[in-house]
Each structure stands twice: as C-alpha cells, then as structure tokens.
Design a protein around this ligand. Sequence first.
Ligand SMILES: [Fe+2]
Length: 307
Amino acid sequence: MHARGLTASAARSALRRRSLHTLKPLPYAADALAPHLSSKAIELHRAAEADLVAQLNTAIAGTEFEHAALPELVAATSADAAHARVGNLASEVWNHELYWSRLAPSPDAAPPEQLQQWLEPEFGSFDGFVDRFASRARALWGSGWTWLVLDGSLTPRVVNSFAGCHPLSAGMTPILAIDLWEHAWVLDYPGGRDAYVRALLAHAVDWAAVSDALVAAANGAPESAKLRHLVSLSAADMKKLRSVVIDHGTLDLSEDLSLSKLHLLGAADPAADAGAGAAVHEAAAAVARAPPASSVAEGEADAAAKS
Ligand SMILES: [Fe+2]
C-alpha cells in the first residue's frame, strides 16, 4: 500500500463507493410551506427522495453512467428500455430537485408580467394556463408528473410524464414540475390530488422563479430556434394589423397596396402632418391605381419618339 494514499485499485473501489449524487438540501425549512404542504408530509417525502438517491447511486456505480450529470443521465436513459431502472431513478431524483426549487414560502401570487406575456399566446391568460395545468394533472392516469415545458419552437406547453417518458428525452426544457405521486399529496390532501395541485399553483409556486427559468431557457435555445420564434411572433403581430400609421396619417389598407408602394408613399409624402389622414388616403389610392414606374417611363419614351 502507498504510504501517503490509496493504491490505484483502492482508489477505484473508493470511487465506486462514494455517493455520486446527493440529496440537495431544501432552499427553505421543512415547515415553511405549511399549510399548503405540512412539515410531516415534506419530511416523509424527503425520506423517500433520499432512498431514490441511494438506489440511483447503487444502480450506476461502476457503469458507463457513473459520472454523468443528472440531466444528461435522464436524457440518455429515460426513453431506453435497456436502461429503464437507471432512467426511472435518475428521472425521479432530478424531478424532485426541480419540484422543490420552484416552490417557496409566501411567493407573490401575481405572476411577473414577462411570464404572462409568454403564457398568454398559448393559454389565453395566466388563469387559462392554471386551468390547463390543473386539467392536465387530473388527466394523468396513475402516478407521474405534470410539467410546464418549453418545446423546441419555444412554445410553452403543459405535459404529463410517467415511467418511461420524460420531457428531457423528448427535447423539451422543463420549467415547472408538480409531483403527482401519492406520497406527495395524500397526507395533506386525502380528498384528492386536484386540491393539492390547485393549492400549490395558488399559494406555493414561485412564479418569479418560473419566469426567470423560462426566460433563461428561451435565451439558451439555439439561435435558429430563437430566430424562428421571433419570426412567428412577428407573423402573429402582423395578423392583428388593421391599419398602418405613417407619420400622423392613417393608410387604409382596403386598397391593394404592395409593400414597395407603401415604401414609395412614405418617401414621397413630405406633406403628411397632423390631420392629413385624408390626403394620405388619397395618395395611397393614387399610388395603388398608378401603373408601374417602368411602364410610365416606356410610355413617355414612346410619346417622345412620336413627337
Ligand atoms: Fe415525490
């Protein structure tokens, strides 16, 4: 044996024995979420979670997954039947970390405006999102999780997962996770998990943290995905347009105007000022009726040749 350390063989044994993953401490006291989650329920939940961490470490010790970080481990194994046990354990450990990190004692009930802006196009309103989330949770058959995720086109979606499937392995970025396994809710909500989901969404989810995570996930997406998202937003905004304001006038788009003509009108309309809407309208109509510039030039050339 080496005088100052382990032999290579002993070092490998120690590496296999060490805890590869650990139970992350809660960012608040175990009684801080009461009455929405009691300290007793959280203590029992944490004990079950600690057991999952221990099982995961045993399952991956000495394997190709021994040194993988949890998200990579989940993405690599959760949809692979050959590694179902590792995938399920890694998923559950990672899911719980996300779950606790999005809860907080006495968070602001009102979601940040930025979060509302992300959710409204898909869900109509923040309340619409909450209803969709609760509805999706009710629809989960058996145990699993309900999520707010960002999909590959940066659209927020509410999805469920259960053993063998996971948002990470589907290319989605999890933003919020609610644990729907019975151990998460039955002690405090013996009447059913719908009340548990509603209570967490109304009183315990840290919407500021959710908003920050969503924006960070969007900004971390590939540039091509961000560009496609911006274009889709622009297209959606264009559909809302009923009129275009140029300087102080309003251009009525009932005329068939091309973008190039709009550009010409803007450049050739120095007289547009307050109250000049009618003049702009007439100018726009004139531009719309006018033949293409190239035709005018050819016509003038013909007239000059004949004179
Ligand atoms: Fe759980």
